[in-house]
Design a protein around this ligand. Structure first.
Ligand code: SAM
Length: 263
């Protein structure tokens, strides 16, 4: 669960995330997730931490009218955005509910596939959450997870000490900023068989507003003042430095994608 110190998915953060998740970087990431999902018409899918509903809407078109797409999220602001995408032509209509992964509001074996992108890194009890996922999956159903390892970030700055302080403070927004490196172990411990792992990198070279990392500067700027001992002034100077790099701007970050079977 997101605790009092973590990122709050309120109306402003939800809108910022929706904007960042419509950039070409994250559109491409969803293509990698959908390739790993390999959905078929009629599949029943649960999207945990459905967020703005972008992936859910794409999946609805793939499973068609005989399929089922359910989305849960703890944030009412995110669910309000997702509701604007709930009716997909040729889809089943997306069913949305406010709920947390640690108490999934569906009976056992309700789904063929469970997907959760950029969510488990916010979850305190990942093993408990995976046991819930396993409960709602049919035997031999599969789970697809994607999370960021913040140890992979490479972000050019004119002040590397300040960059390190800001990134360390930003790690407070997550329960586990390094989840991917241990996730396969936790999947095995909770009874899953990992079948596929891949890296999904993001690379932004040259400063451009319509990129993942340009939007991330705003999200970091809202979050970090008061975390660690980073001040608002230091954060503003950090952001100004990055935006001023122009053609010399460089950002790279890795997401990691896991497919596992509930055998
Ligand atoms: C970074 S967003 C990702 C949204 C979406 N999965 C995507 O990739 O477009 C994280 C989402 O996870 C949700 N979330 C965080 N903790 C959760 C929990 N314990 N159960 C369900 N949703 C959660 C947040 O409210 C937010 O909508």
């Amino acid at each position: 669960m997101v605790d009092v110190d973590g990122l709050k998915f309120d109306a402003q953060v939800s809108r910022r995330i929706e904007a960042v998740y419509t950039t070409p970087d994250v559109v491409e990431q969803r293509q990698a997730v959908r390739a790993a999902l390999a959905l078929r018409p009629g599949d029943r899918v649960l999207d945990i931490g459905v967020g703005p509903g972008l992936l859910a809407a794409e999946m609805a078109g793939e499973v068609g009218p005989d399929g089922r797409i359910c989305g849960i999220d703890i944030s009412d602001s995110m669910l309000a955005i997702a509701r604007t995408r709930a009716d997909v032509p040729g889809g089943p209509g997306i069913e949305l509910e406010q709920a947390s992964v640690d108490r999934i509001p569906y009976p056992a074996e309700s789904f063929d596939v469970v997907v959760s992108t950029q969510v488990f890194e916010y979850v305190e009890d990942v093993a408990g959450a995976l046991r819930e996922v396993r409960r709602v999956l049919r035997p031999a159903g599969r789970v697809v997870l994607l999370d960021t390892d913040w140890g992979s970030v490479v972000w050019r700055s004119n002040d590397d000490t300040r960059m390190a302080r800001v990134l360390t403070a930003f790690e407070d927004h997550l329960a586990d900023p390094h989840l991917p490196r241990t996730l396969a172990d936790v999947l095995v411990k909770t009874g899953f068989t990992p079948t596929h792992q891949q890296v999904v990198p993001i690379l932004n070279t040259g400063y451009d507003e319509r990129t993942f990392s340009a939007g991330l500067i705003d999200i970091v700027s809202d979050f970090v003042p008061g975390h660690g001992d980073v001040t608002a002034e230091e954060t503003a100077a950090w952001a100004d430095d990055l935006r001023g790099l122009g053609d010399s701007y460089f950002f790279s970050l890795n997401r990691y994608l896991f497919v596992a079977s509930a055998l």
